[in-house]
Design a protein around this ligand. Structure first.
Ligand code: BGC
Length: 768
């Protein structure tokens, strides 16, 4: 009886707390969490810091799983990569009905570039340079994921990378901190909306903090090491921007920084993140990030778990180091209760902000799951975004005096050839964990949809992804098979040449498979695999017009292709609607407008190659190749194959010279820079007008160019428009050698143009 009364009292307190747990102001949240934490045992507090993998949960059997036992015991703060309202509801029910304190769980997932409606991979998305579309994609992803039970996404990934060998360059926004920061903010806004407690909003998790994209030699998880000045100016800004946009959580990266793994790095997790940037959310490790510190050489599990907590990490993904060692560490005074409390509070606050205490089943609405996912409206947006992410790298005529090869006509016979041509499983790209591959649209399907009965589409595979079947196996994981053809290379090629001989135009769908980039998918050769190159050469030999539709998860080396293939459309991995979007662009229903967010090198030996480099004391003169005792190579020029910001259109644009409103500005005075942009071609098109600056003399050496603004504008054929940018001394600030963020007086250049190389310039002075 006594027990019953006690249980009833607890229940009453809990329900009254729940009733109060509407997502009101911070003060109310504090009262709620204070009251809850007073009732929590140490084990329950540590339980909130535990984010186990959800491997063994099967719908209908959630109650019997090993995890469910832990949930019942209050040892689980949340789960991730578990999907569907039915499953999530079943496990949430265990937490809120069977655990002592009935604390709801948080459900995370890698919703990286869309949910079931899958958008282009992030690297591609960044090539749209359209922040409204980027935000809209995240908004749609949030609405679909939240309809399926998810309230937390491990995105945006904002790691700057200048190394295309690194497979995860596909998951980020390229090489530039300014563009990366704009995208980071747009993504956070899209996921979290105006109010995190809205049932269509999900919490963002910015990753991988920090500088994961600078892995040595482009090898995943490898050591990173850089100066603070570089870190602050060139790598940290996107994380900071995401924090400023209100991101609710952040993920520690696998790599070390200054010899200390990020997961135990107090400088990153506390000094920079919380003290300098004022981050108020919680920090989660990456997958087994704590345990991996044993291999890093930081001690045993108890030791590394304590290090992580003390550094400022709040939640432990998968490894259960916190769960299994923190109580012991507390007893041995290796951590403090205050540190555990602080982490627990931050996790509970996240749940509170999401409205989970008010309604733990808030994201478990079967009705929404049935109607809000993979809708025609969402797919339409995905198709548009995909078209805007494609980058037209080359578009030459077949003979001088004739029109450029692209767009092609919806008539005659088109031979579609290549291992990526009829490969719907590969269209969404890496990290497409919620995609239904059966519903993705292949290039073959897209072309057929577009031409209807007006043209004949012939198809042949032409080559496997790679001659080596083991390589192909490694590069087609997670259900992204390319249905390897068992015939000999010669037989596969012969069939393709027969098909090609019947065609007016050949579309070659070649390049990387979806899993040739992404996590643990680094490459030392970043070209098109040889067997596919051989196919391409054979197709070109037919003398017929060949369009290369290039699939890529990274900047690739395409020197030969650039020299010999008349048209190259880089389509990255465009998501579920990629096939239709590719057809839209190939046939000219949409003019391509994507611009590269990462430099394409001529060869892998030039890596890292990026536009905003320093000048050195021995720079090579413009347009030159080799000069003795200059900073250059004997065998290749310093030029990129395609520079940052590059991308063609079906129309052409001309830029007037740059006019400045004044030649000198004082602190906070605006300066406007104007160009007249004219569409000099014959079709409507979009152009990304880019603004760069250079500080000519600085207290530390400064980059030769830095992106400071961009505008994407659409002009009709013949139309002109004045494009104006306003900058102030604020835009010229950088971190000096004391890590002070300030602008310096002196001479500056402004550049405006179509990419980071082709620009018009003007000069001004900053007077302070
Ligand atoms: C990746 C993260 C991801 C996590 C959870 C890790 O292997 O590095 O980006 O969010 O797994 O799936």
């Amino acid at each position: 009886m006594k027990l019953f009364t006690k249980a009833l009292a607890c229940l009453l307190i809990f329900f009254s707390l729940q009733a109060n747990a509407q997502t009101a102001g911070p003060a109310k949240m504090k009262v709620f969490i204070d009251a809850l934490m007073k009732r929590m045992t140490l084990d329950e507090k540590v339980g909130q810091l535990n984010l186990p993998g959800s491997g063994d949960i099967v719908t209908g059997q959630a109650g019997n799983s090993d995890i469910s036992k832990k949930i019942r015991e209050g040892k689980v703060g949340g789960l991730f990569n578990i999907k569907s309202v039915a499953k999530i509801k079943a496990v949430q029910k265990i937490a809120v009905e069977e655990s002592r304190l009935k604390i709801p769980m948080i459900f995370g997932m890698d919703v990286i570039h869309g949910y079931q409606t899958t958008f282009p991979i992030p690297l591609a998305m960044s090539c749209t340079w359209d922040m409204k579309l980027v935000e809209q994609s995240a908004r749609i992803a949030a609405s679909e994921a939240s309809a399926d039970g998810i309230c937390w996404t491990f995105s945006p990934m904002v790691d700057i990378s200048r190394d295309p060998r690194w497979g995860r360059i596909s998951e980020g926004n390229g090489e530039d901190a300014y563009l990366g920061s704009q995208i980071a903010q747009a993504m956070v806004k899209g996921y979290q909306g105006n109010n995190l407690s809205d049932s269509k909003s999900i919490m963002a998790c910015v990753k991988h903090y920090a500088i994961y994209g600078a892995a040595e030699a482009g090898r995943d998880y490898n050591t990173t090491d850089m100066s603070r000045v570089r870190m602050y100016n060139e790598y940290l800004p996107p994380y900071k921007a995401a924090v400023e946009a209100g991101a609710g959580s952040i993920m520690a990266s696998f790599n070390e920084v200054d010899g200390i793994p990020a997961t135990a790095n107090k400088f990153l997790m506390t000094d920079v993140l919380r003290k300098q940037w004022g981050f108020k959310g919680f920090v989660v490790t990456d997958y087994t990030g704590i345990n991996e510190m044993i291999e890093h050489g930081m001690g045993d599990l108890q030791n590394v778990s304590a290090l992580a907590l003390k550094a400022g990490v709040d939640m432990d993904m998968v490894g259960e180091g916190f769960l299994s060692t923190l109580p012991k560490s507390l007893k041995e005074n290796k951590v403090t209760l205050q540190q555990i409390d602080e982490a627990c509070r931050l996790v509970l606050e996240a749940k509170y902000k999401l409205g989970l205490f008010a309604n733990p089943y808030k994201y478990c609405d079967e009705q929404r799951a049935a109607t809000d996912i993979f809708t025609p409206a969402n797919r339409k947006v995905a198709r548009q975004i995909a078209t805007e992410s494609f980058v037209l790298l080359k578009n030459a005529p077949m003979a001088s005096g004739t029109a450029a090869l692209l767009p092609i006509k919806k008539t005659g016979t088109i031979a579609l050839i290549g291992p990526l041509a009829d490969a719907k499983e590969n269209m969404p790209g890496t990290w497409s964990v919620a995609t239904d591959f059966t519903k993705a649209i292949s290039v073959l399907q897209g072309l057929k949809n577009a031409v209807g009965g007006n043209a004949k589409i012939l198809y042949a595979k032409g080559a496997n992804l790679d001659a080596d079947s083991l390589f192909e196996e490694h590069a087609t994981l997670f259900g992204k098979t390319l249905h390897r053809d068992a015939r000999s290379n010669e037989d596969i090629l012969k069939e393709a040449l027969d098909i090609a001989s019947q065609a007016d135009v050949i579309v070659a769908a070649l390049g990387e498979s979806a899993e040739m980039s992404g996590e643990s998918a680094s490459r030392t050769d970043i070209g098109i695999p040889k067997v596919q190159q051989d196919l391409l050469k054979a197709l070109l030999k037919t003398g017929k017009p060949v369009v290369l539709v290039l699939f890529a998860g990274r900047p690739m080396t395409l020197k030969w292709e650039k020299d010999y293939v008349p048209a190259i459309l880089n389509v990255w991995f465009g998501g579920t609607e990629a096939g239709d979007a590719i057809a839209d662009v190939l046939f000219g229903d949409v003019s391509p407008s994507g611009k590269l967010s990462a430099t394409f090198p001529q060869n892998v030996g030039q890596v890292p190659l990026y536009y905003n480099h320093k000048n050195t004391g021995r720079p090579l003169g413009e347009g030159q190749w080799f000069q003795k005792f200059r900073s250059n190579y004997l065998d290749v020029s310093n030029d990129p194959l395609y520079p940052f910001g590059y991308g063609l259109s079906y129309t052409t644009f001309s830029y007037s010279s740059v006019t400045l409103s004044t030649n000198s500005i004082k602190s906070n005075q605006p300066l406007t820079a104007t160009v007249t942009l004219t569409n000099t071609g014959t079709t409507t098109g979009k152009e990304v007008v880019q603004l760069y600056t250079r500080q000519m003399v600085g207290s530390i050496t400064r980059p030769v160019k830095e992106l400071k603004g961009f505008q994407k504008v659409e002009l009709k054929a013949g139309e002109s428009k004045k494009i104006t940018f306003t900058i102030t001394s604020n835009d010229l600030k950088f971190y000096n050698s004391d890590l002070k963020f300030a602008a310096e007086p002196g001479d500056y250049k402004i550049f405006i143009g179509t990419n980071s190389k082709d620009v018009k310039e003007a000069n001004f002075k900053l007077i302070l």
